[in-house]
Design a protein around this ligand. Structure first.
Ligand code: PLP
Length: 371
């Protein structure tokens, strides 16, 4: 048999998949593991997608994106950008693939926060670049000293995610200004993953692109804001040369984001999700209050829909496996980190599911009480 490309061996299978395999043996688990909103796409947004299909918007759009979505982005959230600085992508995953491809040669280094969203590390490995982690334990804050110390002559980019998966941390202006100074000093670019920008519970969202647009490739989309995870629409905005390079790569890979869903996304930009976001803020409080009552140690998330507590005993894997044996699906921290000391809970769930999860976590707090 023909050998597969080396990148297949370099890329590790997602630890999350292994957990889902384990979970497949459960009949009716309390599922706090799925990283997507628990609500459905709002009906008016669905109707836009249906009308777009019926109106024949089913062919390719230009690679850079269809007119209606580009207009809506350039008039709305990306109004500080010019035409050639914006690309419609196949969701944020598409933007990540293209930005990594556009920036990284084999052997180049990209600085990635630890804990991280799994795709960052695997994409770096896939493109034969080196993921270099900057530690954000134990409070998930950015430490400019640690980040600057990780820069080498091979460093090309710094990846930032705010609000973050799996920690829920949201960076403040001061932290971002410090990052901007590092970018300037070492002539680097940042990839800013802003997929959870609408899930900011305590303070308004601040983006690195407001502070240093010339060095920031911002990636955003609709998967989380409007629950369109299966519709695959997002955007990239940044320096013209990078966005044009990504556009060239998109032409020979994704071609374009799905056409009818681009139209629906254009409509979604003006469709307020404020009520849902207020609902998620209450869910954040519910899980955080519940965990502190039980004695768990964690940092209260300021955004996204994840919370990343320390395990009360054992490694992240040992604790998560015990949770699963007790019918609760959570993900071990080691799936998102070079350490395995925490576990991830998703609070994008019905309140009663969150409460059931808390009941089980209460029983498992002391190892002898677990089954
Ligand atoms: N970035 C982060 C931090 C995520 O958590 C996810 C999905 O879970 C993505 C990107 C990918 O999102 P999309 O559906 O837009 O590709």
């Amino acid at each position: 048999m023909q050998a597969l490309a080396q990148r297949i061996n370099r890329t590790e299978a997602s630890g999350i998949r292994k957990i889902f395999d384990l979970a497949a043996t459960l009949k009716n688990p309390v599922n706090l593991s799925i990283g997507q909103p628990h609500f459905d796409v709002p009906d008016p947004v669905k109707e836009q997608a249906i009308s777009a299909i019926q109106a024949g918007k089913n062919a390719y759009t230009p690679t850079q994106g269809g007119h209606d979505l580009r207009e809506a982005l350039l008039r709305g959230p990306l109004s500080n950008y010019r035409e050639k600085e914006v690309l419609v992508t196949s969701a944020v995953s598409g933007g990540l693939v293209l930005s990594f491809m556009a920036l990284l040669d084999p052997g180049d280094e990209i600085l990635i926060p630890d804990p991280y969203f799994v795709m960052y590390k695997q994409l770096a490995l896939m493109f034969d670049a080196r993921p270099v982690f900057y530690d954000t334990y134990p409070d998930w804050r950015l430490d400019p000293g640690k980040i600057a110390a990780a820069v080498t002559p091979r460093t090309k980019a710094i990846l930032l995610a705010s609000p973050a998966n799996p920690t829920g941390s949201v960076y403040n202006r001061e932290e971002l200004v410090a990052i901007a100074e590092i970018l300037e000093k070492h002539d680097l670019l940042a990839i800013s993953d802003e997929i959870y920008d609408s899930y900011c519970f305590d303070n308004p969202f601040v983006s690195l692109r407001e502070i240093c647009p010339a060095r920031t490739i911002a990636l955003g989309g609709f998967s989380k804001s409007h629950a369109m995870t299966g519709w695959r629409v997002g955007w990239a905005a940044g320096p013209e040369n990078v966005i044009q390079a990504m556009t060239k790569l998109q032409q020979f890979s994704f071609v374009c984001a799905p056409t009818p869903f681009q139209s629906a996304a254009a409509y979604a930009i003006g469709f307020s999700m404020q009520a849902e976001m207020a609902n998620y803020r209450a869910k954040r409080d519910r899980i955080a209050d519940g965990l502190s009552r039980l004695g768990y140690s964690f940092v209260k998330p300021a955004g996204s829909f994840y919370i990343f507590p320390q395990t009360p005993w054992g490694s992240g894997s040992e604790f998560a496996e015990t949770c699963i044996k007790n019918n609760l699906l959570v993900i071990p921290g080691g799936c998102f980190s070079e350490r395995d000391t925490h576990f991830r809970i998703v609070f994008a769930a019905k309140d009663e599911t969150i409460d059931q999860g808390l009941d089980i976590l209460g029983k498992l707090f002391h190892p002898r009480q677990s089954s």
